[in-house]
Structures are given as structure tokens and as C-alpha cells.
Design a protein around this ligand. Structure first.
Ligand SMILES: *[C@@H]1O[C@H](CO)[C@@H](O)[C@H](O)[C@H]1NC(C)=O
Ligand SMILES: *[C@@H]1O[C@H](CO)[C@@H](O)[C@H](O)[C@H]1NC(C)=O
Length: 361
């Protein structure tokens, strides 16, 4: 009897704790309405990878739009198990990608990815997903300055990629190339789009010959360099202020893509001697990564809390951390070891399935 009572009390405590956590969670959502999970019925970013032989969503050899950086099968990858995983959220299902439906829903609209080569990676995948959904679909390809514009003609849907690795401006001045942390002039074009998917991280620690700026400017001050994480935060804050003041989020859906993880450090998955992804054929088994999220993720989440308009965090960091098997490694035209980008088809298709869920629900 006493044992029974104890069990009973324990259950009550557990229920109370559970409710308290949920309510705390609900308050969080109201408080940070910036990241509007309340629109989604469950957290689609929490879950696991399951084997599913109905994947991949398309045959990469029949998509003529894949760049030589991402076309892993074409460049000799034999192991294809990485194509056979589906993302399964813990508390709900995501709809299977339906390209025709997506295109119909977004008739006449423009979807733009803005950022670095990780954005390019996701854009390529979405182009292939659309291309394979509608047989014989015509794509009008236009290039203009910093962006590429692919229009799926029967639907008038444009999918664009805008190259802007820092989001803020780099301006050539007599003194040299200046990265202006508080200036974002390309926004005038971006705000005309119907869906915006931002991303920025990869380039913030670039130094030496690959660094595309000579000075970094905050207000009237020009510096030779500064703490890069601080610079990242200042640049993102300029972006956040731009959303707050210039974007009509009733017309334009705004998403920010979480930090994309790379896999050069085996210690992160319990293989301390490994220093790239060359031999990785399977996802990490655990449901979360041992080392937690990259520091930049916390900076990003902090800045997103300052956005007063609805912005959705496409929170792909943790789920992609598990996919050490899905990078090109040396299966690209250059034979260079790449554990930063992702094979197309592959993980970026999942990002687009989640994007599809986020913009249509
Ligand atoms: C993309 O191309 C379509 C079709 O030509 C055009 O209507 C649209 O204005 C273009 N978008 C941009 C931003 O150039
Ligand atoms: C994004 O996902 C990570 C890992 O699941 C989680 O810790 C974090 O709270 C999520 N971020 C937001 C803003 O929901």
C-alpha cells in the first residue's frame, strides 16, 4: 500500500513537472513570438533519421542542374545508403514533399535563398525537387549581378539564389574593401520577394587571401579586424533591424536557416583520430550530438529574439549534425575533401521538406 502510494505520488509529481515545463515552454513562445513555432503543431526539428527505401525523392542523374561541387554520384560515390534516410519528427509527421502542390500554392511567387554556398546547396536541391516533380517542366534561367533566377514557367514560380555571405554590405572605397556591419542595401530587392530564406556563417572567420574585405566598419569607425563572433552578431543585428523596419511580413515570409554543421573533427562523434568525413557511411546513432550546438547557433538564436516580426528559424543544425555520412567528401569534380557542403540529392532535400512544411502550414 505504502509502495503504491509512493508510486502514485511520483506520478503526480511527474505530471506536475511535465505541465510546468510545458507551460514554461508556452510562455517562451508568447514571449519570443519571433520564432513562431506556435504556427507549427509540433517541433519538426526534433526527431530521428529512419531508413526509408522510398528515398531519395529524385534521381540526381536526371537533374541537369547540379553543380560539380555537389553531384556526388556522378563523381564516383558508390555507397548510396546516405540517400535512404527520411527525417522523422518525434511528435508528428511531416508531409511528403509534393512539388506540384508546392508550385501550385506559390503560383506567380518568388522564393529567394540569400547567403553563402550553403544557401546555394539548398537552392540546387529545391530546383531538382521541383524539376523532378513535373515532367517536361520548362525552366527559364536568368542571371543578374549577384543572383540567379530559375523560373518554373507553367507556374510562374521563381526560385532565386542571391550570393551574400555576410548579408551586410562590402563596399569598395579608396582605402580598400570595407565590410560595413551596419549597412544592408540589397534588402531593397529582397523585400519584394514572397519567401526569403537567409543564412550566414561560413565566411565570418575567413582570413588571409580568402577574406574578401580589408577593413571592417561599425558606425564611423574603420578597423583592421575585430572579434569575429562579435562581428557576426553585429551583422545579424543589422539584418534583424532591417526585418523589423522594412519587411512587410504579411506579404513576405521570412525564414533563417540554422547553422549548417561540418564534420572534420571525429572527436565530435567519438572517433578522435578521424579528421574528415571520408569514410563515414552512416549517420550518428544518438539522437543528439555529444558536443551540443555550435556557438554561432546561440548568437543566431539571441539575435532572432530581437526580431519583433514573425521569422521562422529553419532549425536544421542538430538534425544535420547527425549526418556525417552525407557530405561530398572527395566525390566532387575537384577531388578536394569537402565535409562542409552536402551531396545533392541528400540532406538539403530534407531541409526543403521542412521548409515546405514551415511555409505551407
Ligand atoms: C525572375 O524571373 C521572372 C521571369 O522572367 C521575372 O518575372 C522576375 O521578375 C525575376 N525576378 C527577379 C528578382 O529578377
Ligand atoms: C533549435 O534546435 C536545437 C536542437 O534541437 C534546440 O536546442 C534549440 O532550442 C532550437 N532553437 C529554437 C529557437 O527553437
Amino acid at each position: 500500500m505504502v509502495v503504491g502510494m509512493k508510486k502514485y505520488a511520483l506520478v503526480i509529481v511527474a505530471i506536475c513537472l511535465y505541465q510546468w515545463l510545458c507551460m514554461a515552454n508556452a510562455r517562451e513562445i508568447v514571449h519570443h513570438n519571433a520564432i513562431n513555432y506556435e504556427e507549427l503543431k509540433c517541433n519538426i526539428y526534433e526527431g530521428k533519421w529512419v531508413k526509408d527505401n522510398s528515398y531519395p525523392l529524385y534521381d540526381s542523374s536526371s537533374c541537369p542542374h547540379i553543380r560539380k561541387e555537389f553531384d556526388c554520384l556522378k563523381y564516383g560515390r558508390l555507397n548510396q545508403q546516405y540517400l535512404k534516410y527520411r527525417w522523422q519528427p518525434q511528435n508528428c509527421d511531416i508531409p511528403r514533399f509534393d512539388g506540384k502542390k508546392f508550385l501550385s500554392n506559390f503560383k506567380g511567387k518568388q522564393i529567394m535563398f540569400i547567403g553563402d554556398s550553403i544557401s546555394l546547396n539548398q537552392w540546387q536541391s529545391l530546383v531538382c525537387m521541383f524539376f523532378s516533380s513535373v515532367p517536361h517542366i520548362q525552366i527559364l534561367q536568368q542571371r543578374s549581378g549577384s543572383y540567379n533566377n530559375y523560373t518554373f514557367q507553367e507556374y510562374g514560380v521563381s526560385v532565386l539564389i542571391f550570393h551574400s555571405p555576410y548579408l551586410v554590405d562590402i563596399v569598395v572605397e579608396p582605402i580598400g574593401r570595407v565590410l560595413k556591419l551596419d549597412s544592408l542595401t540589397n534588402g531593397d530587392l529582397w523585400k519584394n520577394m514572397d519567401v526569403l530564406v537567409f543564412n550566414s556563417w561560413l565566411w565570418w572567420y575567413r582570413a588571409g587571401p580568402k577574406q574578401p574585405w580589408d577593413y571592417i566598419q561599425i558606425g564611423n569607425e574603420k578597423l583592421k579586424d575585430m572579434d569575429r563572433m562579435k562581428a557576426f552578431k553585429l551583422g545579424l543585428t543589422t539584418w534583424a533591424n532591417w526585418v523589423n523596419t522594412k519587411v512587410d511580413t504579411r506579404k513576405t515570409k521570412v525564414l533563417f536557416q540554422g547553422i549548417s554543421p561540418s564534420h572534420y573533427n571525429g572527436a565530435e562523434w567519438n572517433e578522435p583520430k578521424v579528421n574528415n568525413c571520408a569514410n563515414e557511411k552512416q549517420p550518428i546513432k544518438e539522437s543528439t550530438y555529444r558536443i551540443g550546438l555550435p556557438q554561432a547557433s546561440y548568437v543566431l538564436q539571441d539575435v532572432l529574439k530581437t526580431v519583433t516580426k514573425p521569422v521562422h528559424l529553419l532549425n536544421i543544425t542538430a538534425l544535420s549534425q547527425l549526418r556525417k555520412d552525407a557530405h561530398p567528401s572527395s566525390y566532387n569534380a575537384f577531388k578536394g575533401m569537402d565535409c562542409t557542403h552536402w551531396c545533392v540529392a541528400g540532406v538539403t532535400d530534407t531541409w526543403n521538406e521542412l521548409l515546405y512544411t514551415a511555409v505551407t502550414s
